[in-house]
Design a protein. Structure first.
Length: 227
């Protein structure tokens, strides 16, 4: 029989521990995004098992998941390889980003209060620091946090789901453009323009700043992918 006013709060698992599959998925995803595995490179199960210290069943699950994210392709008679990104694919991703991010930024600017602005400012401060250190994985994490807050504030939960499905390919493109001269400076500067408009609660300027940021990244990607 339950005691009255019993406190069961300590039973709740707020942050469940990551499974072995989730850890392996995150590490292989990051390895592909960072370029440790190059586009077109075969992903050999036995080698990955040895490198990651996990079973073949885990590797197969991870590869299937990465295939659904567009980071891996399964080629007949060859097996899984790291997917290549064509300019046509990248162009479509940038078009989707421009549409979704500009709308989310505008709505975020309409809704943003002091708490939201503080979260965005914290993400930008982290982005500035990681950019100075030229640490692409940390740059991606800080950028992801900024957009996560922006989309959530604007109430764009479905749009954020779409962005997350594309996130692997978006991150690969970000790492590629970060390798170019001054992008670790110009990228954060563009995001500061987005933040400045949100801080002023200016929807039109926020949307325009988003579009300018994506268009600049797209021009760099087009040059690199068509080289």
């Amino acid at each position: 029989m339950l005691k009255p006013h019993s406190d069961f709060s300590n039973l709740r698992i707020e942050t469940p521990p990551a499974t072995l599959r989730e850890i392996a998925l995150d590490r292989l995803r990051r390895a592909i995004i960072s370029g440790l595995f190059e586009p077109g490179q075969r992903l050999v199960e036995r080698t990955l098992c040895d490198q990651m210290g996990v079973s073949r069943s885990v590797i197969r699950e991870v590869i299937r998941h990465l295939e659904s994210e567009g980071l891996v392709e399964n080629i007949a008679k060859q097996g899984p390889i790291v997917a290549k990104i064509s300019w046509d694919d990248a162009r479509q991703i940038y078009e989707i980003r421009s549409a979704l991010e500009s709308t989310a930024a505008a709505d975020c600017a309409r809704q943003a209060d002091a708490s939201v602005k503080a979260k965005l400012a914290a993400a930008l401060a982290e982005l500035d620091q990681t950019s100075k250190n030229n640490a692409p994985p940390a740059i991606l994490d800080a950028t992801h946090e900024f957009y996560k807050v922006m989309f959530a504030t604007g109430g764009h939960t479905i749009a954020w789901e779409i962005v997350n499905r594309l996130n692997g390919r978006i991150s690969r493109l970000r790492v590629m453009t970060l390798s170019t001269s001054n992008r670790t400076v110009s990228g954060p500067a563009r995001m500061r323009e987005i933040y400045a408009a949100i801080e002023r609660n200016d929807p039109q300027k926020a949307a325009a700043a988003c579009r300018a940021h994506v268009e600049e990244a797209a021009r760099i990607a087009e040059r690199l992918l068509n080289a």
